[in-house]
Ligand binder design. Structure first.
Ligand code: TMP
Length: 212
């Protein structure tokens, strides 16, 4: 039996990480075999690459270097963690995947979504999520949320101006239009309880449909 690969996407402060953890709990209670993971990171080598990419002192990092490092972390994480879990029939909930690179490096950094897709294709060899949730929130609201969250470590990309985050948001909207069969928009500008419930219903319906 093969599992299911589900990815969570969105700008900063959209709440996707908290919702991902809540969804994991609910699915485990329902008896599903679930793991959660994140990009960049999720395994030792990719967490080390994450430290290099997101270190706030690495201000001289070139945009293409950044894109290549995300793709490298993605490759290692995919082969070392995601694919083996799927082969065991697990549901893998992953905080970010290729759409983040398309939105942040391809569109907001201006490298081009097609160009960034090409280097990622080398890393993922056509492997894509079955379903992607796009947590949609206005960047200024998301950034206000993360400013209030004292536990959150500030990373190099958080230091970008509002304009950059607006471009990220625009890119996700374009991606949602381009891949309507894969990307589901979640209104993240609601209370966490409501978002959590919506996401749970969406995923359970998806899993039931797949089981039929
Ligand atoms: P997060 O763990 O808070 O989501 O932080 C990861 C940061 O890295 C976030 O600012 C989004 C960014 N990112 C990219 O720019 N490209 C990528 O491919 C991925 C996975 C993340």
């Amino acid at each position: 039996m093969v599992g299911h690969f589900i990815t969570f996407e969105g700008g900063e402060g959209a709440g996707k990480t908290s919702i991902l953890k809540a969804l994991e709990k609910s699915l485990v209670i329902d008896g599903y075999d679930v793991i959660t993971t994140r990009e960049p990171g999720g395994i030792e080598i990719a967490e080390k690459i994450r430290d290099v990419i997101l270190n706030p002192t690495h201000t001289s990092m070139d945009a293409r270097t950044e894109a290549l490092l995300y793709a490298a972390a993605r490759r290692q994480h995919l082969v070392e963690k995601v694919l083996p879990a799927l082969e065991k029939g697990k549901i893998v909930l992953c905080d970010r995947f290729i759409d983040s690179s398309l939105a942040y490096q391809g569109y907001a950094r201006g490298l081009g979504m097609d160009e960034v897709y090409q280097i990622n294709e080398f890393a993922i060899e056509g492997f894509m999520p079955e379903i992607t949730l796009f947590f949609d929130i206005k960047p200024e609201i998301g950034l206000k949320r993360i400013a209030k969250n004292k536990d959150r470590e500030q990373n190099r990309l958080d230091l970008e101006q509002l304009k950059f985050h607006e471009k990220v948001h625009e890119a996700y909207q374009k991606l949602a239009i381009k891949f309507p069969e894969r990307i589901y928009r979640v209104n993240a500008n609601q209370t966490m309880d409501v978002v959590e419930k919506n996401v749970y219903n969406l995923i359970v319906n998806f899993l039931k449909a797949k089981a039929d």
